[in-house]
Design a protein around this ligand. Structure first.
Ligand code: URA
Length: 437
């Protein structure tokens, strides 16, 4: 029988790959409490430094999936396809995309976690809708996937429970930022959810979890390879996250913008990413409907309304609004905005109350930031670029402080060139040599 200290040494010294049997033993022993959190933390740190081979990663992910239940969606009459984003500032794409793709004939089983840090969570956004609830039983979930064909709900405790413990441990031991650990964490939950196809939006840039484009690409390739190994048709888009997506950042503010997008009034950058992801999702699902037509005809908006009602929400109820609104970030000179830093805006929204620092914190539904001007817009010196929303006035000063750093906004004498937001697309064929390596 393996002993955990030897396995930690093997990984620490990088002497050889761990075997499938050793990894299976490790997960069983961790679940059975014979491997302690501090031992697992030491192993995670060794993995952080030395990585996992493709074989180790395959076994690691398999054990994460096997730690809980897996849903079977094969009985659905619609092809299932899901989307996951690594998270960005103002990233409300899921709110639009899930009903949009369902209105084109797919079943979209979007099971999500809560937002942490400066990027918001989809469930937190939807909870700003009066009455809407995130928790559904498996029966309710299956019913919603048959009609209206979409569900955005909290992932139940039964899906990949090993990830819950490991993620909490990584969070407090400085081992979150490891590509194999992130890839296995995200993919184990998506594979356990039972989707037949998956499109990943891996964000890169100042407001992203993976700031560096090369590392974002590596994470994308690793996840696509894991999906293929587990027979989930998977594709990844690496997309830019240097500036907030759309103009709204914060829960109710983002829902309001998503509803506008579903009725054909979405900002260009938000729709560029949404349509790109929708087209890949529909292709993987074998569907040929047009996402633009689904919006123009009102089908996507109708699916949104039904999706909200199925989960107890009132899509016609007014969204909550903040008690206090204040202008911030005055243009330092007259000219064209060439940059508006996503991270600074994300931190400001978070400090206003839109996000949580710890899992157990509450979020404010009304707090956030509205971008009055964005890159490509012309501004006059002194013109406010942002509007801050908060219920508690004491939140304004720390939020404004996050926006003070040089470079939060940059102004030029000409509009910036328009760069496509989709940097690259990674398909299973691109990582065929990595699968099962
Ligand atoms: N999101 C996850 O679900 N897991 C990670 O490890 C990082 C982000």
């Amino acid at each position: 029988m393996p002993d955990v200290v030897s396995l930690i040494r093997v990984k620490r010294d990088n002497t050889r790959p761990l075997t499938d049997a050793e990894i299976a033993w490790l997960f069983a022993a961790y679940a059975g409490q014979t491997v302690a959190d501090e031992q697992m933390a030491a192993l995670l740190m060794a993995i952080y430094f030395n990585g996992l081979t493709a074989g180790e990663l395959r076994a690691w992910t398999t054990e994460m999936i096997a730690s809980g239940e897996t849903l079977d969606l094969s009985h659905l009459s619609r092809p299932s396809v899901d989307k996951h984003s690594t998270g960005g500032v103002g990233d409300k794409v899921s709110l639009i995309l899930a009903p949009l793709v369902a209105s084109c004939g797919a079943a979209v089983p979007q099971l999500s976690g809560r937002g942490l840090g400066h990027t918001g969570g989809t469930l937190d956004k939807l909870e700003s809708i009066p009455g809407w609830r995130a928790s559904l039983s498996n029966e309710e979930l299956t019913r919603a996937l048959a009609d209206p064909g979409v569900v955005i709900a909290a992932a139940g405790a039964g899906l990949a429970p090993a990830d819950r413990r490991l993620y909490a441990l990584r969070d407090v031991t400085g081992t979150v930022e490891s590509i194999p650990l992130i890839a296995s964490s995200i993919m184990s939950k998506k594979i356990a959810e039972g989707t037949q196809a998956l499109v990943l939006d891996v964000k890169t840039g100042s407001g992203a979890f993976m700031r560096d484009q090369a590392r974002a690409g590596q994470l994308a390739r690793t996840m696509v390879a894991l999906g293929a190994e587990h027979h989930v048709r998977t594709r990844a888009l690496v997309t830019r996250m240097d500036t907030p997506l759309g103009r709204a950042v914060g829960n109710a503010l983002e829902v309001e913008e998503a509803v506008k997008a579903l009725t054909g009034e979405g900002p260009d950058d938000l729709m560029e990413v949404t349509f790109a992801l929708a087209e890949h999702m529909l292709e993987l699902a074998g569907l040929t409907a047009s996402p633009a037509e689904a919006i123009a005809s009102g089908r996507a908006f109708d699916t949104w309304q039904r999706m909200i009602r199925v989960q107890g929400g009132d899509p016609d109820a007014p969204l909550p609004a903040a008690r206090h609104v204040r202008h911030a970030l005055l243009a330092p000179e007259t000219g064209w905005i060439t940059g508006l830093d996503a991270l600074a805006v994300g931190i400001a929204a978070w400090r206003l109350g839109a996000g949580r620092a710890r899992k157990e914190d509450d979020v404010s539904h009304t707090a956030g930031v509205r971008c009055l001007a964005k890159p490509g817009d012309h501004v006059r010196r002194g013109q406010p670029i942002l509007e801050l929303h908060a219920d508690d006035e004491s939140r304004f000063a720390p939020a404004a402080e996050a926006l003070e750093a040089a470079g939060t906004v940059t102004i030029g004498s000409a509009p910036p060139p328009r760069t496509p937001l989709v940097v690259s697309v990674i398909s299973a064929a691109d990582v065929a040599d990595e699968v099962g390596a």
